[in-house]
Ligand binder design. Sequence first.
Ligand SMILES: [Zn+2]
Length: 322
Amino acid sequence: MTFAQILGHRRQKEILQRAFASGRLAHAYLFEGPEGVGKRLMALALVRLVFCADGSGCGICSACRKIDHNNHPDLHILEPDGAMIKIEQIRRIQKELSYRPLEAQKKVVLIDGAEKMNAAAGNALLKTLEEPNGEALLLLLTPHPEKVLGTIRSRCQRLPFSRLPRQELLTVLLQQEGMNEVEGHILTALSEGSFKKALGRDRELYLERRKAILKSLTALSPGSIGPLFDLAQELAEDKDHLPEILEIIQVFYRDLLLHAHGAPEEEMVNLDLAEKIRRVVSRETVPSLLRKLDAIAASQLHLGRNVNRQLAIEVLLMRLVA
Ligand SMILES: [Zn+2]
């Protein structure tokens, strides 16, 4: 991946390219911004610049290819081992940094998920940051800079990344991924500018499973307590996708509200469910939809804490079918 191939983030690209060209790269960067917007691609493109034989990040030379295959001896990528990045991992990296680079001018350490460093690991890393070594470049990546030790943050040059504009993402989905307009529209809206979400494992969730979940949900009635419990259980068991599932439900109710307000259909997200939306709206009112959107927001808040998931979803479903 070269800088030219990275979509969006023009300002961040310029900052890094200019710093590299003038020999003024900081010794540590903190790339902060939402999951899946391309922080890691940007970090690897920077590593290519730094290691490349002709300094262009050509993608052809042996250094560039080793980066792409994740077997360059001077690039160390650190990710959480389980839930956390542990002090042993940091110590191992510090040992590596005490040796000279083998093939490149520098050694690069890329820490993906910097907020996952526990306090011991963070404090150990601090030592490396406090004694910058001209032969080391540290790239810390995080969606949650507020969870990174303040002392670490203040020793890095911070580079914020934001979500990609919808239109940029839509263009990629239609032109490079050959998606049809309706699917591209739905994925763009639901993935909020995250390529990882739009193209990765969530694609099936956002396209097929979304329809299945909304079908089960809209088939519930106040009297059908059995199916309601079944659906609550199914959703509660899918803990990893729960935030996305709640978002799918929220966006559907937002579509209902837009329809109830007489907005044109193309403003809705669920373009492929127009008939269902018309049918469900006929049994709702604007105040009832607003109450249901409040209920969804409340359950998102609750589920963000460690509550009984199944119970929280049962309550939500009861409020949605009431
Ligand atoms: Zn190269």
